[in-house]
Ligand binder design. Structure first.
Ligand code: ATP
Ligand code: MG
Length: 330
């Protein structure tokens, strides 16, 4: 349904997208994941025909986005990073206007605008001027305009940016519901987001694809060794020594200190669950176990792993990896 072949985009001396290739099957929801400046928006702008690529090509719904731009655009709904709204228009008028431009037949426009406003939950601001909307509502109106002509393909640039937690959940659900009937690419830099909405993920970093996989495979592949956070009510040095003595533990590093309490990050061999031994050891010493929970990898850590994967694979299996900068504590 979407095919990106050796796409490269340069802005002067900057290579924003560097030889990127991937496919999205019909009905699939694909996450384009990457840090700021990775090239997500640039890729999407090329895919939606807003910019020509420097090299390579993109085919959307069977049409080359540059040779047959109108055919491709007709089948694509695009939520840009900053949705282009007309500040003087009300939400309803704006959506009716977009529906007209996108060729929704006159007799269907009103019903279409109404149903899209319901789906994206903007009906309560239907009569408000676009210029007076909060960021979250702007984003939702942007999503509404992308859906108006019921396109086969949806390209959504950070669809949940600026939304409150309730709206994030609703928007993710909406995207999931839209998948199946629609083929969707969404961009994000939030890893849990792709886990919840996408079937497959393309991770890009500095314009290059560094991984393509399902969210599950990615997290388990990249987690490699398991990490636990442990907080014990006892002297830090003694705790560290005791934890290091547990079979399967590969690394114990102080994570934080709150008064006399010290938290540790404990790494263990891949696939080895050391929680029971760990709890037993702490109890055996007569210490108080205040906290014990798994630490998930953040996107930053996953990037760290992806960019150092080759060296990590070649190095000694027991060699300590760099301490994570920031962990997602869940
Ligand atoms: N119009 C432009 N002119 C010059 N350089 C640009 C332009 N747009 C983007 N870039 C550069 O291209 C690279 C990729 O930018 P892009 O906006 O595609 O990243 P992104 O993954 O969408 O990042 P973000 O998460 O911040 O939205 C960056 O180095 C950026 O500075
Ligand atoms: Mg962007």
């Amino acid at each position: 349904m979407i095919e990106v072949q050796h796409l490269t985009k340069r802005y002067g001396p900057t290579t924003a997208v560097d030889d990127v290739s991937f496919r999205v099957e019909r009905g699939e929801v694909l996450g384009l994941l990457g840090p700021n400046g990775a090239g997500k928006t640039t890729t999407m702008r090329v895919l939606t025909g807003y910019m020509p690529p420097s090299e390579g090509k993109a085919i959307v719904a069977g049409y080359d986005v540059f040779d047959q731009p109108l055919e491709a655009k007709r089948r694509t709904g695009y939520l840009p990073e900053a949705p282009p709204l007309y500040p003087e228009m009300t939400v309803r008028d704006y959506l009716a206007f977009v529906a007209r431009i996108k060729g929704v037949p006159r007799t269907e426009r009103k019903a279409r605008v109404g149903s899209v406003m319901e789906r994206t939950r903007v009906a309560d601001v239907a009569n408000r001027h676009c210029g007076k909307l909060s960021k979250g509502y702007r984003q939702r109106v942007g999503l509404a305009q992308a859906l108006l002509h019921n396109p086969e393909v949806l390209i959504l640039d950070e669809p949940t940016a600026g939304l409150d937690p309730k709206q994030i959940i609703e928007t993710r659900q909406l995207i999931k519901d839209l998948g199946g009937d629609h083929t969707i690419i969404l961009s994000t830099h939030i890893l849990p987001e792709v886990g919840q909405t996408c079937q497959r993920v393309v991770i890009i970093n500095k314009g290059r694809v560094v991984a393509v996989d399902t969210p599950e495979n990615l997290t388990s592949r990249l987690s490699g060794s398991e990490t636990l956070y442990v907080q014990v009510d006892a002297p830090g040095a003694e705790v560290k020594e005791a934890l290091e003595a547990i079979p399967g533990v590969t690394r114990v590093a102080p994570a934080d200190a709150r008064g006399s309490l010290v938290g540790f990050e404990v790494n263990s061999e891949t696939g080895r669950d050391i929680r029971r031994e760990l709890a037993a050891a702490i109890v055996r010493h007569g210490w108080g176990l205040l906290e014990l929970r798994p630490l998930r990898m953040s996107l930053e850590e996953i990037f760290l792993h992806l960019t150092t994967e080759d060296t990590a694979a070649e190095g000694a299996p027991d060699s300590p990896s760099a301490p994570p900068e920031e962990a997602v504590h869940e």
